[in-house]
Design a protein around this ligand. Sequence first.
Ligand code: HEM
Length: 179
Amino acid sequence: MTSEGLGSVAGLLLLFAGHDTTMAMIGLSALTLLTHPEQRSQLLDEPAKVGPAVEELLRYLTIVQFGLGRVAKEDLELGGQQIAAGDLVVVAMPAANRDPRAFDAPDSPDFDRRMTRHLAFGYGVHQCLGQNIARAELKTILPQLFRRFPDLKLAVPVEEVPMDVYGTNYGVRSLPVTW
Ligand code: HEM
């Protein structure tokens, strides 16, 4: 491939890897904050909590839902399973990010959690290239959304919010709100 072609592929990868993920994360984070008023207040009233809140939302929501594919380079045993060199391994990141051996009360969003790691951006040499811009966007957008629309509310019961459960990224199809 020519360097021009490679440049286009890299541009497309950045556009598509970065657009749908960030969109899904903003919608689902907004839904989480609408349904968790205590966490919403923490986000708005305690600027020091914005970074930890975004990190916790990334863990709690883990929008890249169908896992990372990796090919084993050598025979190994993992969690009692034999994996042969060349086998495809799919890592279920939502399960890892809700693992009670790694996180206390993993099914609740806790902005006070002392978190050292999560897998929302993957792991290793191929982990998300855009993670720092994604973090910066979320840290800006989420507090700003609720400052700009302090009376933002769901316009339908939470169980009627249309969810995208089968897409590459878990998220809301739309988020009906009033303000
Ligand atoms: C909240 C938003 C985002 C999430 C949750 C997310 C998540 C992920 C995950 C799970 C991977 C796979 C990592 C692995 O295989 O270990 C990935 C890869 C990637 N992401 Fe993101 N991403 C986000 C935003 C972005 C943005 C904004 C960009 C670009 C501006 C971006 C660009 C990429 C690229 C280029 C890769 C491929 C990296 C590689 O294979 O070496 N992502 N992302």
